[in-house]
Design a protein around this ligand. Sequence first.
Ligand SMILES: *Cc1c(COP(=O)(O)O)cnc(C)c1O
Length: 356
Amino acid sequence: MLPLSVLEKAQAELLSYGESGMSVMEMSHRSKDYEPILEDAIAALRRLMNIPDNYKVLFLQGGASTQFAAVPLNLMNKHHRADYIVSGNFSKKAYTEAKKYGDVEVAASSAGSLNPFDCVPDTTRESFRENIDYVHICYNNTIYGTKFHYIPDTGDVPLVADMSSCILSEPVDVSKFGLIYAGAQKNVAPAGLTIVIVREDLIGNADPSTPTMLDYKAMADNNSMYNTPPCWCIYMAKLVFDWLESIGGLEEMMYINRRKASILYDYLDSQDYYTSPVVKKNRSMMNVVFVTGDKELDAKFASEAAKAGFKNLKGHRIVGGMRASIYNAMPIEGVEGLVKFMDDFARANPKNADAV
Ligand SMILES: *Cc1c(COP(=O)(O)O)cnc(C)c1O
C-alpha cells in the first residue's frame, strides 16, 4: 500500500514533472531534471534513517533475492565463511543461495520449533563461528509474522540484515549493521527498486567473478547510475520519504505502527476464535498472522474479507491461515475496520455449528 497523498502527488505530476514538460517515466536518468530526484531521495533516506557518513546508500534492481547472492559475493572474501540465522522462508533462501559461494552455516534456527518458525532464535556471540566474514539475519519474517526482538551481538563481525518488510517502519541504529538491504515494494515504493545501505569498508572486496551489476563498488562509484536505475521507482520512493518526513519521521511512524499492531494483537488476545501462532516477544509489527484452526473457515474468511474490501488477507501459501500486512501506509481506520470484520465473522460463523 502507498500513502494516498503520495499517489495523488504522482498523479498530479504524471504528465509533466515540474516545468520539464515530460513524465518522470520518460526522462533520461542523466538529465538535469532527473538527477536531483535521485540526489534528494538519497538525502531524504539518510535523514530519515540517520545513516552515518561512512555508509553508502545504493539504489539497485533485482529485488531482495538478488542480494541473497550479492551479499556473499561482495562480503565473503576474507575467510570465505559466513553464518546465517534462519528464522523463516527468506532467510532460508538467503542461506541456500550463499552456500554456492563459500563455507556457509546455520548458526541458529527456529525451524525446529514445535510450530516451525513461530519465533526468532536467541543467540549470543558464542553462537557464531570464529573467522567468519559476516552474520546474516532477516529482521522481519514476512510470511511467519515474526520479528527479531534484539540485534544479535556479533562482536566485530559485520551483521547483514534483510529488512525488506520492515524498513522505515521504526528507527533502527544503522551503525549496528554492516549492511542493510530491502526490496522496496513492501514498505517503500513500487516493485523494481532495492535499497542497500552498506558500510564503506565493506565495499571493494568483491570476488573477481562478481557480475559488475552486483558489485557494490561499481554501483557506489557511479552513485547507483552505473547503468539506468529504476528511475520511476526512485521517484516514488522519494515521494514516500517526503511523506514520512512530513508526518514526523520514523519515530512518529513507529508510534502509529505500534498502535495499529496493538489494535490487532489486543483483539487476538481478547478472544479465542482466532489465535496468533507467533511467540509473543517476536510478534511482527508489520505482518500479523492469525488462524481460526479450521482450514475451511480460514478460506471462507479470506474470501468474505475480500468481498468486504479487506484484500490480500490470505496467508502465504506455505503457512496458510491469514496474514494482515499493515505496512506504513495502512491507516489506523483500516486496522479498526478489520477487527470489526473479524468480530462479525466470528459471530456469524460459530465453530461448533453442527453441535448447536
Ligand atoms: C518479499 C521479501 C523478499 C523477496 O523480495 P524480492 O524483492 O521479491 O526479491 C526477501 N526478503 C524478505 C524479508 C521479504 O519480505
